[in-house]
Design a protein around this ligand. Structure first.
Ligand SMILES: Nc1ncnc2c1ncn2[C@@H]1O[C@H](COP(=O)(O)OP(=O)(O)O)[C@@H](O)[C@H]1O
Ligand SMILES: Nc1ccn([C@H]2C[C@H](O)[C@@H](COP(=O)(O)OP(=O)(O)O)O2)c(=O)n1
Length: 228
């Protein structure tokens, strides 16, 4: 385990596969910490917007990533407030536009390097649930359990669509599907730390599974590994 013997469960997969949902439930169930690594890449994307840095200005993006002034503040209702340079950005980083920017800056190897140790530092007793794209392959290669969540692009687009509609935001299913496919393509085909299952990952196709069924399947795997 990348930080002493702290147990880590990694959950990787494409956008809309259910990582965030399952990781929150797992962290609650096990009473472990949670790393939302996608939030770090989203924060670099948002910081670039705030500072007027273009997404092809590699050097400036690396500086932003290395000096990211961010706080993750646990709230009483079990959610996390995210504060960037003193400004609350919890919702602002969740837009599809910032997701796209995150995927663009995440393809820069030096940006990934700048965020590596910050991610590993999340591994603290009694354990860590790590949500992302390269948690099992790069950041925590010694993790006790590696999960790769997948689902068809159509199903993931419908999930995102429903999520936006439930938030009272307008959305086009076709546009969301195209965004998801573009992001899959960028995340899976970049040169460094591409999205792919670790060789020793348990792959779950969640297309036809409910959230409860996915959680139960992951908890089963955790039990098999003696993690609870
Ligand atoms: N197995 C599932 N079945 C149906 N909806 C799901 C499932 N898993 C997650 N969702 C929903 O899909 C949306 C996207 O899930 P999220 O956890 O944000 O995915 P990710 O973090 O992989 O992008 C959320 O609204 C969530 O409630
Ligand atoms: N470990 C990670 C996490 C996210 N990224 C990049 C690639 C993703 O498209 C963006 C946004 O990730 P995030 O997990 O927040 O996105 P979704 O909620 O799955 O849509 O960041 C990455 O390259 N490596």
């Amino acid at each position: 385990m990348s930080n002493g013997q702290v147990p880590v469960i990694t959950v990787d997969g494409p956008s809309g596969s259910g990582k965030g949902t399952i990781c929150q439930l797992l962290a609650r169930e096990l009473d472990w910490g949670l790393l939302d690594s996608g939030a770090l890449y989203r924060l670099v994307g948002l910081a670039a917007r705030h500072h007027g840095v273009e997404l092809d200005d590699k050097e400036a993006l690396v500086v932003l990533a290395a000096h990211l002034d961010v706080q993750f503040i646990a709230t009483e209702d079990d959610t996390v407030q995210i504060v960037l340079e003193g400004e609350e950005v919890t919702d602002a980083i969740r837009t599809e536009a910032v997701g796209k920017d995150a995927s663009i800056v995440a393809a820069i190897p030096e940006v990934r390097d700048a965020l590596l140790e910050r991610q590993r530092a999340f591994a603290e007793e009694p354990g860590l649930i790590a949500d992302g794209r390269d948690m099992g392959t790069v950041v925590f290669p010694e993790a006790a359990l590696k999960i790769y969540l997948d689902a068809s692009a159509d199903e993931r687009a419908v999930r995102r669509y429903n999520q936006l509609i439930n938030k009272g935001l307008g959305a086009s299913l076709q546009a969301i599907l195209e965004d998801i496919q573009a992001r899959d393509d960028r995340d899976m085909n970049r040169a460094v730390a591409p999205l792919k299952p670790a060789a020793d990952a348990v792959i779950l196709d969640t297309t036809k599974m409910s959230i409860d069924e996915v959680l139960a399947a992951v908890m089963d795997e955790a039990r098999h590994k003696g993690l609870r």
